[in-house]
Design a protein around this ligand. Structure first.
Ligand SMILES: [Zn+2]
Length: 284
């Protein structure tokens, strides 16, 4: 597990494990001859894909950003993607139990981002983190019920019981939920996908989720085929880089199997690059 201090806060990268996605879908219109240099595919053309959550300890609260795939996948999907289900184990290794989590944020509600929101108890989905307040965008939750192109990625059991009980709050637009912890909407992957910006003592980190899923997706045009609004992904990335690079934000990667986070820079041709002091910095 990888840890870092950010002002008064402590960030820990926590993985739910690694699963596998089709490399072509992961890199959209980018030719395999290019993307395979950054992420090698197996004999089924699949690439290893991280399930990176981040725990933010503010001193007063334990905030968990994203909850991976969880342990409730239907058998067929578990066979396709794998279901490593490592998050609670990794939380335990930090000496934390689910009761110790005060806030859970989901960037969006695809199955690989909110799976541990709930667990089955006697066949009924209940909150995994009983004392936590959960947050997601209202627009994302509405979209989850719209049966659109990505309907296969939504499972009601991951969020509807929490919305019904009032434990999950539906947020409209950008908002600070705790001092130093803000939600910011970046459309593209879905219309209402949100990033989580963490700010303490003039230092900023941002969990940018599927807007920039791995360090291999830094190029503006390397957009996943999964994205519902690819042109908006490009605009949102421009908006993000315009702040994150000059202000020196730490960018946290949701699906990078090897790198939890990195600072970003630009090369002499204006291309976005990783800006790390050592190759080990941020390595998972
Ligand atoms: Zn994702």
């Amino acid at each position: 597990m990888h840890r870092l201090s950010l002002g008064d806060f402590e960030l820990t990268a926590l993985s739910d494990g690694t699963y596998f996605l089709d490399g072509g879908a992961f890199f959209g219109v980018v030719p395999k001859t290019l993307w395979s240099k950054k992420l090698a595919a197996d004999d089924k053309n699949r690439v290893p894909t991280g399930l990176n959550s981040v725990l933010v300890r503010t001193g007063e609260n334990n905030v968990l950003i994203e909850t991976g795939i969880g342990n409730k996948l239907p058998q067929k999907m578990a066979e396709i993607y794998g279901q490593p289900a490592k998050l609670l184990e990794n939380l335990g290794a930090l000496g934390l139990s689910p009761e110790d989590i005060d806030v859970v944020v989901n960037s969006h509600l695809h199955f690989d981002h909110c799976g541990w929101n709930t667990v089955l108890k006697n066949g009924v989905p209940v909150a995994t983190f009983p004392k936590a307040q959960y947050y997601v965008q209202e627009g994302e939750w509405r979209h989850a019920h719209e049966q659109q192109r990505d309907a296969i990625s939504y499972f009601e059991a991951n969020y509807d019981p929490l919305v019904e009980s009032g434990q999950m709050q539906l947020v409209r637009g950008d908002r600070e939920i705790l001092p130093g912890i803000s939600l910011e909407v970046y459309p593209g992957h879905t219309r209402a996908m949100q990033a989580v910006r963490v700010h303490s003592q003039a230092k900023t980190a941002c969990y940018i989720s599927d807007l920039i899923p791995t360090s291999a997706h830094l190029d503006l045009n390397w957009v996943m085929a999964f994205d519902l609004y690819p042109l908006e992904t490009i605009e949102s990335r421009k908006r993000y880089y315009a702040r994150a690079i000059p202000e020196g934000w730490l960018t946290m990667f949701t699906h990078d199997p090897y790198l939890a986070w990195s600072y970003l820079g630009k090369d002499e041709r204006g291309r976005v690059t990783l800006n790390r002091a050592t190759p080990e910095e941020g390595a998972l």
